[in-house]
Design a protein around this ligand. Structure first.
Ligand SMILES: O=P(O)(O)O[C@@H]1C[C@H](O)[C@@H](CO)O1
Ligand SMILES: O=c1cc[nH]c(=O)[nH]1
Length: 315
């Protein structure tokens, strides 16, 4: 076994449910968990949600069409309840019995938090993807609704990602597996991005689209000057931000490449929509007043809600 870089597959072989129909037409697109070992396990306990595959109600997730996720548990409880109120759809209780993540169901929409950074989010995605796979959910879209640092965009602007870059400016997600660096494509669904962007325009919410840099941390990985440690100059920082702009990057967060890669492997559409809390060209500290913060964090949510309501109406 070498210690080199390998290109991982984006879609593995299927496990159980297949996509398409016998006569070759598109058919339902099932959520795929392609791990062949899962076939040999009668039971699967989704530890970070406290949900068991063999529990009687796993099939209650079969109708899920949209999974909305983002870092904060409190924000996602608030979003789920607000969506239930606005759409007149009853909100479930918190379906997660672990304190790691929350999960709420409003009809065909699931609201889940994922914590900060790809390692935390990947646990959520692995378990929610398996949940929806076991439930035989089909034609599912995942949308990450979040916050970010803007690159040349004003605070409060919503950025709809049309692509993701890792710290080497590659459209790849990197994992260490078996002492190897495994790189997988980290691309997003362009039609979903366009629908979200158009919805933002229609609602009159400040919205832009562009690439999103996925950093591995909030401070040095995003070239901030205000972390506990810093071994570069202010000039280096601005050089970096300038380079980001040249690559079409409009915002920086900490999940985008992992989100794009895991969702692709699961055969689901993925979109990322994040409000910019600050313009990094003007500083590093997030100091917006609380009222503005609340107003800003509802902007991407309002766009997603309008998008979902249009989808539900057409179901
Ligand atoms: O959950 P959100 O999108 O607000 O998370 C962003 C990216 C990082 O996880 C976190 C850093 O503050 O904000
Ligand atoms: O600057 C920011 C703001 C929110 N989230 C980030 O990752 N970076």
């Amino acid at each position: 076994m070498s210690n080199g870089v390998v290109n991982g597959t984006t879609n593995g072989h299927t496990n159980g449910t297949t996509n398409g129909t016998a006569n070759g037409t598109a058919g339902p697109q099932y959520v795929q968990a392609t791990n062949p070992h899962l076939k040999t396990q009668a039971e699967d306990f989704l530890y970070h949600f406290g949900i068991s595959k063999t529990s009687g109600d796993i099939k209650s997730f079969k109708d899920i069409k949209i999974v909305c996720c983002g870092g904060s548990a409190g924000r996602f409880e608030m979003y789920a309840k607000q969506f239930g109120k606005d759409s007149g759809i009853p909100v479930s209780k918190n379906l997660s019995s672990s304190d790691r993540f929350v999960m709420y169901k409003t009809g065909p929409v699931l609201w889940v938090n994922h914590g900060m950074g790809v390692p935390s989010m990947s646990i959520m995605l692995n378990e929610v993807i398996k949940l929806l796979h076991y439930a035989e959910a089909s034609d599912v879209s995942f949308i990450r609704i979040g916050t970010s640092g803007g690159v040349g965009v004003a605070p409060g602007t919503v950025v709809v990602s049309n692509g993701t870059l890792n710290g080497l400016f590659e459209e790849k997600h990197t994992q260490y597996i078996r002492r190897q660096v495994v790189k997988r494509d980290a691309v997003l669904d362009q039609s979903l991005a366009k629908e979200l962007y158009d919805t933002g325009l229609r609602l009159g919410i400040p919205v832009e689209n562009g690439m999103t840099l996925c950093a591995d941390d909030f401070y040095e990985g995003q070239m901030r000057l205000d972390g506990a440690f810093c071994e570069y100059t202010a000039e280096d920082k601005f050089e970096f931000l300038k380079l980001l702009k040249e690559h079409g990057v409009r915002n920086i967060e900490m999940e985008a490449t992992g989100f794009a890669s895991f969702t692709k492997r699961a055969n689901v559409k993925a979109g990322i929509i994040c409000v910019a809390l600050l313009n990094r060209l003007n500083g590093d500290q997030v100091t917006i007043p609380h009222d503005d913060y609340i107003k800003f964090e509802f902007r991407p949510f309002n766009i997603v809600c309008a998008f979902i309501q249009a989808k539900i109406a057409s179901l």
